[in-house]
Design a protein around this ligand. Structure first.
Ligand code: MG
Length: 163
């Protein structure tokens, strides 16, 4: 039977946009009137990447690792969460090959922040920036995301197991 050391995983997250919160995406603070609601810092981009990594490694999901509603995860910096996931991947002998993401967001315009977000994610993932892709699109003003009430993120990650 053919075997491969490659493992692929997908992640998704969605958070409401609310007043009186910083907008954090990929570990970067984006200037905007609204921010993402959440028990942690609400960084939906990091959360989707975490679920893609955990999925590829077959290690469960972000809610199992960081149960929402716990005091220790209140306002938790998502960078701390992804650092923990990086430790788990290393323990299991996995190395990240690349990560690709789609941020679905009506406002603000994110293309001007691609560089900063890629730099931040690449550092968090110990990857070259050529292995981290960040893309954004609007929802064409359709539905709740299109009305500016939420931001959603899709992520895919490829891992290789080092034997
Ligand atoms: Mg989340």
């Amino acid at each position: 039977m053919p075997t491969s050391n490659l493992r692929i995983g997908t992640g998704f997250d969605i958070h409401r946009l609310v007043p009186n919160r910083q907008l954090r995406l990929g570990g970067v603070t984006i200037p905007f009137a609204l921010g993402l609601e959440g028990h942690s810092d609400g960084d939906a981009l990091i959360h989707a990447v975490i679920d893609a990594l955990l999925g590829a490694a077959n290690l469960g999901d972000i809610g199992m690792l960081f149960p929402p509603g716990q005091v220790k995860t209140k306002d938790l910096n998502s960078a701390v969460m992804i650092n923990k996931v990086m430790e788990l991947l290393a323990e299991k002998g996995f190395q990240i090959v690349n990560v690709d993401t789609n941020v679905i967001c009506q406002n603000p315009k994110l293309s001007v922040h691609y560089g900063a977000i890629k730099t931040s994610l690449a550092e968090l993932l110990s990857l070259g920036e050529d292995c981290v892709s960040v893309k954004a699109k609007t929802a064409e003003e359709l539905g709740e995301i299109g009305a500016g009430k939420a931001i959603a993120v899709q992520a895919v990650a490829l891992l290789q197991r080092l034997d």
